[in-house]
Design a protein around this ligand. Structure first.
Ligand SMILES: Cc1ncc(C[n+]2csc(CCOP(=O)(O)OP(=O)(O)O)c2C)c(N)n1
Ligand SMILES: [Mg+2]
Length: 231
């Protein structure tokens, strides 16, 4: 049996509401949401927090974090470091950056990991585990923008990255925070946190699958609904 995937390229910032809608319409689907740092944390920042609280099942968000708005030609993003000079911040970004991993842990995500696009074997392993995890899984992928971000380069990351120590307990939220937060000269990669809790679909739908329901929605019923709504 082969595998296939259907994709939707939706509005900037709205990947998680769309993914949530798909999952609630048919909970049997594996839903993967892919997002940039601006997408997930600026325009889509509210959705990020609420999807984590809700624990929408099997939705995975891979934040392609290049610490910049690449597509719009290099504006600073919520993950850009303070002082970062771009066309839209010629005197340096004034805000403190936010870290998607720390936000995800605070908002209740139950699988939270950080990876680096220059470390392919650990990135692949983390994505595989995130795909298999039941519940909202967040994988933040540090992915240098070679065109517009001349500060946070592959070399810059390579000097800083370290892997989580084996002593870290993946179910210990306090330890997850202490490793995930910004350290002066190191950035830690790995799966910080993994836990089980009921998913949004389980809570909302139980064993019901709207996609498999007979909606009793022939032409006559549609006309009736339109008439009801136009009153
Ligand atoms: C609704 C909407 N608002 C704003 C834009 C303009 N826009 C396009 S891409 C982008 C930022 C992209 O940044 P990020 O999500 O970090 O992705 P990257 O290009 O860096 O991979 C913005 C603001 C848009 N396309 N749609
Ligand atoms: Mg970006």
């Amino acid at each position: 049996m082969g595998y296939y995937a259907n994709g939707i390229h939706t509005l900037h910032g709205r990947v998680l509401p769309i993914a949530t809608g798909i999952k609630l319409a048919n909970p049997e689907l594996n839903v993967v949401a892919i997002s940039g740092d601006g997408d997930a944390l600026a325009i889509g920042g509210n959705h990020f927090i609420h999807t984590a609280r809700r624990n929408v099942n099997i939705t995975l968000i891979i934040i392609i974090n290049n610490q910049i708005y690449g597509l719009t030609k290099g504006h600073f993003s919520p993950t850009s470091n303070r002082g970062f000079i771009t066309g839209s911040s010629p005197y340096g970004a004034k805000e403190l950056p936010i870290d998607p991993i720390v936000v995800a842990l605070s908002a209740g995500a139950i699988f939270v990991a950080r990876a680096f696009s220059g470390e392919l074997s650990s990135l692949t392993e983390i994505i595989e585990k995130a795909l298999k995890h039941k519940g909202f899984a967040v994988v933040g992928v540090l992915s240098p923008c070679v065109t517009y971000n001349k500060v946070n380069t592959y070399e810059w990351y390579r000097k800083k990255i370290e892997f989580l120590p084996e002593s870290h307990d993946i179910t210990d939220l306090k330890s997850a925070f202490s490793h995930a937060i910004n350290h002066e000269n190191k950035i830690i990669l790995g799966i910080f946190y993994k836990k089980e809790r009921p998913t949004y679909e389980e809570v909302i739908l139980g064993s019901h699958n709207p996609c498999k329901e007979d909606l009793n929605c022939g032409k006559e019923r549609v006309i009736e609904i339109i008439e009801e709504l136009s009153k």
